[in-house]
Design a protein around this ligand. Structure first.
Ligand SMILES: Cc1cc2nc3c(=O)[nH]c(=O)nc-3n(C[C@H](O)[C@H](O)[C@H](O)COP(=O)(O)OP(=O)(O)OC[C@H]3O[C@@H](n4cnc5c(N)ncnc54)[C@H](O)[C@@H]3O)c2cc1C
Length: 315
């Protein structure tokens, strides 16, 4: 049998593509997937509840060709997605006034995609090996050959090899003469160089911070871990960081001068930061924890830099 469209990979993209084709056409669609189940990565996404989309979505939140991204959103925006899901019975809940998540489990969106693409033939447990074309496309797999007139490569990127992730998509694209860019890590924690190891001692501490990477500014929770820095703001920052320094503002909402002026409290008590963090930072920059109104101009400058313009190069 020759399919009209053969989709490689049953992840979020492959299943959405199959659903759209099924709903809008009578094309014969095949999805080929290496795992024994579809959407294994989608299942663990968002801590098992899948952060489907966000309240604010713009091209500015993405890396890559801004015009292309804007054109995608002008054709299918986050509101179109929410409406599409709602009509099919899924109404995500908003968390922290920012994120749309499945109310109970990412299984909700997986089963919706499976229902919406039920006219598709899913061939699971089938490793994709190579693709060739002479007239129709011919896919070589661990379980024989499949033919189709068109192919959609939706085999995802490299993270979580244990869930089936591979570089086959890049290999296939290269084979057909496309220019490809190697995958790079994104949305990952940042590890630290020796100079910043004092932060590792604070593993478990979390508070809102602002991170500047180039011209991008992100403000959300930061988490210190035994490996380095993590938490939503660091994951977002990692998308834009390749090398060089980033700058952190640990007190984004605070006018430090005003807070310190005529304040007789100990600095570590006066600052709206975890005490353990402030004490470790003070030790690091060689300033003693004293009542706020006892610091001299030079010390205030050093403090301001450390608390609101802390620059360092992640490892
Ligand atoms: C821990 C974690 C949490 C995440 N949380 C979120 C979140 O909350 N919200 C969000 O938007 N994104 C989240 N992401 C990112 C999101 O999961 C991915 O962006 C998304 O899954 C990409 O979809 P995809 O269809 O492109 O690729 P994938 O979902 O990776 O699907 C590709 C499919 O292709 C198959 N495949 C690959 N190579 C072969 C081969 N050679 N033969 C056969 N099959 C093959 C794979 O098995 C896989 O099923 C998270 C990612 C991780 C790792």
């Amino acid at each position: 049998m020759i399919y009209d469209v053969m989709i490689l990979g049953a992840g979020a993209s492959g299943m959405m593509c199959a659903a759209q084709l099924n709903e809008m056409s009578d094309l014969k669609v095949l999805v080929v997937e290496g795992n024994e189940k579809a959407a294994k990565k989608l299942k663990i996404s968002g801590g098992g509840k899948c952060n489907i989309t966000n309240v604010n979505v713009s091209a500015n939140n993405y890396l890559g060709d801004e015009q292309l991204i804007e054109s995608v959103f002008s054709q299918f925006s986050k509101d179109d997605l929410l409406a599409w899901l709602a009509v099919r019975g899924l109404n995500p809940v908003i968390r922290k006034e920012q994120y749309y998540f499945c109310a109970k489990s990412s299984d909700e969106i997986i089963s919706l995609l499976a229902r919406a693409s039920q006219k598709t033939d899913y061939v699971l447990n089938t490793k994709i090996i190579s693709l060739s074309k002479s007239g129709d496309f011919e896919l070589k797999t661990g379980r024989g050959y499949f033919k189709a007139k068109k192919v959609v490569v939706a085999t995802g990127a490299k993270s979580f090899a244990s869930l089936g992730a591979s570089e086959i998509g890049l290999e296939l694209a290269k084979h057909f003469g496309h220019t490809v860019k190697a995958f790079a890590p994104a949305l990952a924690g940042l590890t630290l160089q020796t100079k910043e190891f004092w932060m590792k001692e604070l593993s478990g501490i979390s508070f809102p911070a602002e991170v500047h990477v180039g011209d991008k500014i992100m403000r959300e929770d930061m988490l210190m871990t035994h490996r380095g820095l993590s938490g939503p703001v660091i994951l977002s920052a990692s998308l834009y960081w390749n090398s060089g320094e980033i700058s952190m503002n640990f007190l984004p909402e605070i006018d430090l001068g005003k807070l310190m002026h005529n304040n007789r409290k100990l600095l570590s008590t006066a600052l709206p930061l975890p005490k353990r963090f402030t004490q470790a930072l003070l030790k690091e920059i060689g300033i003693i924890d004293r009542p706020c109104n006892t610091y001299r101009e030079q010390e205030l400058q050093l403090l301001g830099n450390a608390l609101q313009h802390y620059s360092f190069a992640p490892a």
